[in-house]
Design a binder for this molecule. Structure first.
Ligand code: AMP
Ligand code: MG
Length: 328
């Protein structure tokens, strides 16, 4: 069968029109880990599997999910070791790696102190100094015992009052898991936004970079101080503009300094880390917030492929490059 030229032109037009309709980005969102999780990308994204992956991870590492693996480890502190999945075991090993790398600024067993600041899941209580002093006695990562036996994995907290709190690493792990799932499903471009913990996979469909706004910590939500462009990288921010309260004129927030048990107050009010490893970004954004300008700058400068944007109390924006990086 032969087509005349006008027919061919019309056919091509219809095909282009059809394929452009078909490639429109779609967004789905759900609440997981107590936060809004939003995925944007092609309609081919297996959204059901994304939510299943996130809920599955939640049932392992979320300390606020009753009977999650971490909840069980916490409940059995000082009593007995608990068998966990390899996923949970590996996450704890990673958390310990970053705790050591940051000289304890990132601490995955700060639960005994963090829970003093909370009423349920709300961060709104100013604990008594004696309570904080007591809580801090149960945050020594050397009391975490990891063991492997016949292909099974176990975690034991030797100290009965010790509690895991993985709020500083969980969303990073979740973003990496979603990214892996999408890659395994043949999707290499998507924007994963798990409560502000962002992964810009690949590039946008038109080949341009993902543009991620860095919240102005002193302005309304959605007002940005800076926009960063990323390809295949995660952008994770820890800020005191999240989960805070004011008491007697003093602002308290949820990023705690493990050396004092108080809200970290070392000159950085927003700490953003950029790298292809979202778990690393999550741990380091929390840790750098705690470490303060000098220590955090040195740490990021010593790491290959990391970039940081620190917003200082003075309002200044400090951009730091890791080893062998191009300009942000
Ligand atoms: P992020 O928003 O990633 O900085 O994580 C903050 C959350 O991690 C808090 O809400 C706590 O659950 C937990 N957290 C607070 N301070 C620390 C810390 N110094 N190290 C590890 N986790 C922390
Ligand atoms: Mg974090």
């Amino acid at each position: 069968m032969r087509f005349k030229r006008p027919t061919i032109v019309i056919l091509i037009f219809i095909i282009i029109l059809f394929s452009s309709c078909n490639t429109k980005d779609v967004t789905e969102q759900n609440i997981v880990f107590g936060t809004v999780c939003k995925i944007t990308g092609s309609s081919q994204i297996p959204f059901d599997q994304v939510w299943e992956t996130l809920r599955n991870l939640e049932s392992k590492i979320n300390m606020n999910t009753a009977n999650s693996e971490i909840d069980q480890v916490n409940a059995k502190a000082g009593l007995e070791k608990v068998e966990v999945s390899k996923t949970t075991y590996d996450i704890i090993q990673t958390a310990l790696y970053y705790s050591k790398l940051t000289d304890g600024a990132f601490n995955p067993v700060l639960g005994s102190v963090i829970q003093l600041w909370k009423d349920g899941t709300d961060f709104c209580v100013l604990p008594a100094p004696e309570a904080i002093e007591e809580g801090l006695k149960h945050t020594d990562i050397n009391k975490i015992e990891l063991s492997e036996l016949n292909g099974k994995y176990f975690i034991y907290l030797e100290d009965p009052d010790m509690r895991f709190d993985l709020g500083g690493i969980g969303k990073g792990v979740a973003a990496d898991e979603v990214k892996t799932l999408l890659l395994d499903s043949g999707i290499d471009s998507a924007l994963i936004n798990l409560g502000g913990n962002i992964y810009g996979m690949g590039t946008k469909k038109d080949g341009s970079s993902w543009k991620i706004g860095i919240q102005d910590p002193n302005a309304e939500r959605g007002e940005y101080l800076k926009v960063v462009e990323v390809n295949d990288e995660s952008v994770v921010t820890s800020g005191s503009y999240e989960r805070n309260f004011i008491k007697d004129g003093i602002k308290y927030h949820h990023i705690l300094d493990p050396s004092t048990g108080m809200s970290a107050n070392n000159g950085i009010i927003s700490s953003t880390i950029i790298n292809s490893d979202s778990t690393a970004c999550d741990c380091l954004s929390t840790a750098c917030y705690v470490m303060g300008i000098e220590k955090a700058t040195k740490l990021i400068q010593s790491l290959d492929g990391f970039k940081a944007i620190f917003i200082l109390e003075s309002g200044k924006i400090l951009e730091v490059q890791g080893k062998s990086n191009e300009e942000i």
